[in-house]
Design a binder for this molecule. Structure first.
Ligand SMILES: Cc1cc2nc3c(=O)[nH]c(=O)nc-3n(C[C@H](O)[C@H](O)[C@H](O)COP(=O)(O)OP(=O)(O)OC[C@H]3O[C@@H](n4cnc5c(N)ncnc54)[C@H](O)[C@@H]3O)c2cc1C
Length: 262
């Protein structure tokens, strides 16, 4: 590993100044960043640890009755939090199904969304719930946040402060984990809100998380497993990954099978 400067600022302003330097990177739980640095796939000169930023912590309900998660909230905290379990049980379940206990105790919701791994779970929740990402500079709607594999709308040095998840009337998340990594081979989040039904799929898309309008239409008529079609159109299959873990046809079949399972 190349040598680097390590900083642990205690204010968001200081963190932003440090991250404005060339070749600086934010560190959350280190679950992705540290292995990537060890493998020399990323060799930053400056590492800015976000752990002391109080502004990035906490779980609360906001004025519009949505759930707000500080970016540094760990998956274990999301899974065990009373407010999340009451208002958004699908999100608590999603968090409880991430990786293993070590990953859940170190990994953070902000790190997961900033990283935008195409098989990560939270992107499906944020997109299906029509949530938003709040940074030190602006608010970014979920529809504008994801920009392809490991890519987001975040600018260089921009820091996620918190995430906002509106409360749906009903929602559920089903994941078929890849047995070795425990990441989603396919994960489907479906949410019914007063703005309609949104369905987001992770793990399967060749460009990362995506919505499926034909499923949204079917579930919009009747939000039940029985209304999910057995087969998706060829247009959806064309967007799906083809790798050693599964063909597009297999992944497409998993999407509907997961939604049709009670
Ligand atoms: C063995 C293993 C199994 C896993 N299984 C799953 C799984 O089943 N499902 C799943 O969804 N994930 C899974 N993960 C990923 C894990 O959940 C972490 O959330 C993810 O690795 C990001 O880690 P982190 O939060 O520690 O962020 P870090 O590794 O510290 O950072 C990741 C990236 O995000 C950036 N970043 C972090 N915080 C911020 C912020 N606040 N603002 C801006 N940029 C930021 C960093 O600069 C870095 O580029 C797994 C990871 C491992 C190692």
């Amino acid at each position: 590993m190349k040598t680097f400067e390590y900083h642990k600022p205690s204010s968001l302003d200081d963190a932003a100044k440090l991250l404005a330097q060339a070749d600086a990177v934010a560190l959350a739980g280190g679950m992705t960043l540290l292995p990537v640095m060890k493998q020399r796939l990323n060799s930053p000169s400056v590492v800015v640890d976000l752990a002391a930023l109080e502004d990035l912590r906490g779980i609360r309900e906001n004025e519009s009755k949505g759930v707000v998660l500080g970016a540094m909230t760990t998956h274990a905290e999301v899974a065990g939090d009373a407010l999340v379990r009451e208002k958004l049980p699908a999100l608590a379940e999603l968090a409880a199904g991430i990786g293993d206990a070590q990953v859940r105790n170190r990994g953070t919701v902000g790190g997961s969304l900033a990283n935008n791994d195409p098989a990560a779970d939270y992107p499906a929740a944020l997109l299906a719930l029509n949530g938003s990402v709040h940074t030190n500079k602006r608010e970014i709607a979920a529809d504008d946040f994801f920009a392809g594999l490991f890519a987001t709308a975040l600018e260089e040095g921009e820091i996620i402060r918190h995430l906002h998840f509106p409360i749906p009337e009903k929602a559920g998340y089903k994941k078929f984990p890849q047995p070795a990594s425990l990441y989603a081979l396919v994960g489907v989040f479906a949410a019914k809100t007063n703005g309609g039904v949104r369905v987001a799929v992770t793990g399967a898309g060749s460009e990362g998380v995506f919505r499926v309008p034909e499923l949204e239409e079917a579930l919009g008529k009747d939000f039940s497993p029985e209304s999910v079609p057995e087969k998706l159109s060829d247009g959806v299959e064309e967007k799906l990954l083809n790798d050693i873990h599964g063909s597009p046809q297999y992944r497409a079949a998993l999407i509907t099978a997961l939604l049709r399972s009670p």
